[in-house]
Design a protein around this ligand. Sequence first.
Ligand SMILES: O=P(O)(O)OC[C@H]1O[C@H](O[C@H]2O[C@H](CO)[C@@H](O)[C@H](O)[C@H]2O)[C@H](O)[C@@H](O)[C@@H]1O
Length: 388
Amino acid sequence: MDIKSGHSSPVMTDSPQMSNPRLTVRQSRPPYSSSSSSAAAATAVSQNNNLLLTVPRKKTGILDDVKANAWLDAMIASSPTPALVNKDNDATTDMTYQEWTVKYPSALTTFEKIMSVGKGKRIALFLDYDGTLSPIVEEPDAAYMSSDMRTAVQNVAKYFPTAIISGRSRDKVYEFVGLSELYYAGSHGMDIMSPEGESLYHKHLSRTVSINEQGKDVNLFQTASEFLPMIDKVLCSLVESTKDIKGVKVEDNRFCISVHYRNVEEKNWTLVAQCVDDVIKTYPKLRLTHGRKVLEIRPVIDWDKGKAVTFLLESLGLNNCEDVLPIYVGDDRTDEDAFKVLRNGPNHGYGVLVSAMPKVSNAFYSLRDPSEVMEFLKALVTWKRSLG
Ligand SMILES: O=P(O)(O)OC[C@H]1O[C@H](O[C@H]2O[C@H](CO)[C@@H](O)[C@H](O)[C@H]2O)[C@H](O)[C@@H](O)[C@@H]1O
C-alpha cells in the first residue's frame, strides 16, 4: 500500500565508480542499525500500552486515526509468522489453499502447460530474492540461500538470461547470490548491473555507466542517483528516531531504506509507524510501501520492479517479441508490479507467486515456497536439455 499517494496494492496481505565512487562503493555506513533496549526506552515503552501516547504531540504530530489504522492493518497483515502458518495449516486451510490454486495453479503441476507456451520461445527469467530464493528468516542479514539453490540458479542461467530483482541493495543481494553471470537489480530495480562483458541499454535514458571495479567490466543503470543525499539523511534520522524501540532494524538498501519490525513486539508497531511517519512526512519526494514485516521507504520516481523487468527485456533485445516468454518468480507486494507488467503489458509472460497462503495477485501461477522454486528451476533446465 502506498500510504503517501493513497494508492492501494492489489495484494490483500503481507502483505560510475570511476568518476563517482558513490555509485558502487558506499560501504562506509553499516547496512544495518539495530536498536538496543536501553533501560530508559524499555521503561518508556512499558509504561505506555497506548503507543500513541508515547510520542510527544508537540514535536512529532500524531498519526491520524485513519492513517494509523491503515498502517497497522497493513503491518499486521504483512506475512504471517511461520508459527501462525503452521497453527492454521489444518484441513480447512489446506482446502482453502487448494481452492486458491484453481485460480493460481501450481507452476510445478502445470509445468507442461507452461512449457507448451514456452516451446520455440526464448525464455527470460526474473527472480526475486527474499522469500523466493531464500526462506524468510528473523534476521535479514542471515537470509542465506542454500548451495543447492545457488546451483539451481547457476544451471538455469546457462540456458536462459536470468536476473535477480530485489528490494535489497545490489551489493548485498550480489553478496548473497554470488553468481557473476546474472543480471542484478537492487533497490527495487533502481540499481541495475549487467554481468561482466554485457551492456545495458535504454532507449529513453542514457544513464548507463561503464565501470571498472577490481578489473571487471560491468554496466550500471541507476535511476535514482540524485536521491542518494536525501536517502542518507533519512537513514540517519530513522536510525536515531527508532533506536530505543527494541527489535527494530533499519537497513540501508542504498536507494531505499527498510525499517524491519519482525522482531518488535506487536504492541510497539504503532510506535515504529509513528517514527517512520514523523521522518518521511517532511520528505514529499519519498514514499512508503509495505513488505513482509518491513516498511520500505523509497523515492517517488516512476520506477519499480515492473519497470526494471521492461528495461532488462529491452536491454536484452527481448521486448515486444512474440517469441519471448518472460517468467518472473516472487513472493512480495513489490513483485506485483512485475506480475502486472507481464500480465498486461506488451511483454506477455507469466508471474509466479511464491506463497503458502491464498493471496490476491497479478501472477498467473503459484509455488508454495523456495523449495518449490528450486524444483521449478530444475524442471526448466531438464526441459531445455530435453529439447537437445
Ligand atoms: O525484493 P526482495 O528480495 O524480496 O526483498 C524484500 C525485503 O527482503 C528482506 O526482508 C525480508 O526478508 C528478511 C529475511 O528473510 C526478513 O527478516 C524480513 O522480515 C523480510 O521483510 C530485506 O531485508 C529487505 O531490505 C527487503 O526490502
